[in-house]
Design a protein around this ligand. Structure first.
Ligand code: B12
Ligand code: SF4
Ligand code: SF4
Length: 462
């Protein structure tokens, strides 16, 4: 097989397996590796310490080949997960917990990883290669958005997301590294604001910079010479001159409820709802809790407001398993406290209710913490029984957040049940952080709450 036929058939196979996008670049240094190092240097990774490991490999994925021939081609694959938007009345219902739409189906890692292996197997069968390629989705040391931009899957928006000009940003990314020299896709042209008129110059940014505006090069190398009159195999290859940019828009930066963007393309995870509700095991800083509203797992606000997500083409069928499951989108917050299926309280019920869901990453205790924040933000007396159960949970962070939410009931409704529950929690609480939270909720001097009857479990873990 010639290089071209191999690449074209490979892309066809990628499509057959269910990948929506597949573009190829030569392996090299990631374009924004330097920015990433500075970002780490600022401590932005927080508890995501894995981001600082294998730094050299993250800068240059060629180093990921441990044995065998070096990797020459980096294949960026994209999987569409746009389903539909929640009705505004559901999205803003404080008695429901909103789950980010990437988690409406089954865990994408488990769906995409085997497909990457299959795709690599297909290639190995054609080239006779005996070593394995490297298929990564999310968890490997690859700057996936950087490569997606570079390869032409989409441009990088000011909200940091890879935005496909026709499909928006509801796209998962994955990488396959292989030693074969595949035919690279036409390079993306970085559009500089100086090349454009006032209309295209980004608001508030100095002229002449590369602000993520993105253009696919005119004249695809694969057409028409290599195609020799045949129909192209992959629709992306035929796109000529697509200009895509944020322009002067700043909607995402303005809409973020926690003000997590330091500026365009620069997010501070430690202010981001997604980080706290998915990645962090620590208590959510008190000042942030009220800003979370009813988002209990991940956050889509900076994408929901993006104009590129508001004129989407009709969606293609999703990969099997990614289809939205109704009960995973916006469950009533109190549902998981129901004695028939108390999934926020009992590990076995949690495991059953969220089987195959990405929610497992946050673990039951993390989700109970998140739900307590949302219940506190709802602040309705109906939340009391759920919060009372959470205040008796074995997880100290969950008890801490339950105490905070009970404090919200007390503050807003002078709820005597909340006050009594906080008093009895205090009587038996050994964890210093929980005691402090109860003290604040009751308006007591924290110093007078010293001393413990129970072991200080949480402080020991922390
Ligand atoms: C850590 C991480 C997070 C962290 C930090 C995110 C962040 N923006 O830094 C947290 C937990 C907050 C997070 C949240 C989300 N994440 Co996340 N996350 C990752 C992970 C594992 C690493 C990202 C990373 O390295 N961050 C560090 C920063 C510095 O890098 P970056 O955001 O990728 O930005 C790069 C480019 O923007 C570029 N860049 C920087 N400046 C400039 C300037 C210009 C002009 C240009 C062109 C580029 C550019 O350089 C950066 C480094 O390469 C990736 C998977 C992976 N291996 O890449 C998934 C990934 C980025 N996440 C993903 C998703 C889906 C999400 C959420 C939407 C989930 C949700 N609904 O809650 C949110 C979106 C939040 C947001 N606006 O970014 C997808 C993104 C898909 C897409 N279309 O963009 C990824 C790729 C996972 C996947 N395999 O699909 N995530
Ligand atoms: S995911 Fe939510 S909290 Fe995080 S940056 Fe986007 S809008 Fe802000
Ligand atoms: S909301 Fe506006 S600024 Fe933000 S990513 Fe979308 S187009 Fe860019």
């Amino acid at each position: 097989m010639s290089d071209y036929s191999l690449t074209a058939s490979f892309k066809k196979e990628a499509r057959r397996l269910g990948f929506d996008f597949c573009r190829i670049v030569k392996v090299g240094e990631a374009a924004h590796a330097e920015f990433f190092s500075r970002w780490l240097g600022l401590g932005r990774d927080g508890e995501m310490t894995y981001l600082g490991r294998n730094l050299e490999k993250r800068r240059n994925p060629a180093l990921l080949a441990e044995k065998g021939p070096p990797f020459r081609s980096l294949i960026v694959l994209g999987v569409d997960y746009h389903c539909f938007d929640l009705a505004p009345e559901i999205l803003s219902d404080p008695s429901r917990g909103i789950i980010a739409r990437y988690a409406w189906g089954d865990d994408y890692h488990e769906i995409i990883r085997p497909l990457l292996h299959e795709l690599d197997g297909w290639l190995r069968a054609r080239t006779g290669r005996s070593t394995l390629g490297k298929g990564l989705v999310d968890t490997g040391p690859v700057l996936e958005r950087d490569w997606a931009h570079e390869a032409g899957i989409g441009f990088t928006g000011k909200n940091c997301c890879t935005i496909h000009p026709e499909r928006g940003s509801w796209v998962f990314l994955a990488t396959l590294l292989v030693p074969e020299e595949m035919v690279s896709d036409p390079a993306v042209v970085a559009v500089r604001s100086a090349d454009h008129g006032v209309e295209e110059t980004l608001a508030g940014l100095a002229a002449g910079g590369d602000y993520g505006a993105w253009q696919l090069q005119r004249g695809n190398r694969l057409t028409p010479v290599n195609l020799q009159g045949r129909e192209p195999d992959f629709e992306e290859d035929t796109r000529e001159l697509t200009l895509a940019t944020c322009g002067q828009c700043t909607r995402c930066l303005d809409a973020c409820p926690t003000d997590a963007f330091i500026g365009p393309f620069h997010l501070d995870p430690q202010r981001c709802i997604s980080y706290w509700t998915i990645e962090s095991r620590q208590p959510v800083p008190r000042w942030l809790r009220r800003l979370f509203g009813n988002r209990i797992f991940g956050c889509d606000i900076c994408q929901e407001v993006c104009p590129w997500n508001q004129r989407l083409m009709e969606r293609t069928p999703l990969l099997r398993g990614l289809e939205a499951q109704q009960e995973r989108m916006a469950p009533p917050l109190l549902e998981g406290f129901d004695q028939h299926m108390p999934y926020w309280l009992e590990p076995s019920a949690f495991a059953e209710r969220w089987r195959r869901s990405p929610l497992k990453r946050a673990k039951r205790s993390g989700m109970l913490r998140n739900v307590c924040v949302a219940l506190g933000n709802w602040g309705d007396p109906a939340a009391f029984e759920g919060l009372k159960a959470a205040a008796a949970d074995e997880s100290a962070p969950a008890r801490e957040h339950a105490a905070w939410a009970l404090g919200e009931l007390l503050r807003r409704h002078n709820d005597v049940r909340a006050a009594a529950c906080l008093e009895s929690l205090l009587a038996d609480e050994g964890d210093s952080r929980v005691r402090e939270e109860v003290g604040i909720a009751l308006g007591r001097d924290v110093e007078t709450l010293a001393g413990s009857r129970r072991r200080d479990v949480y402080s020991r873990i922390a």
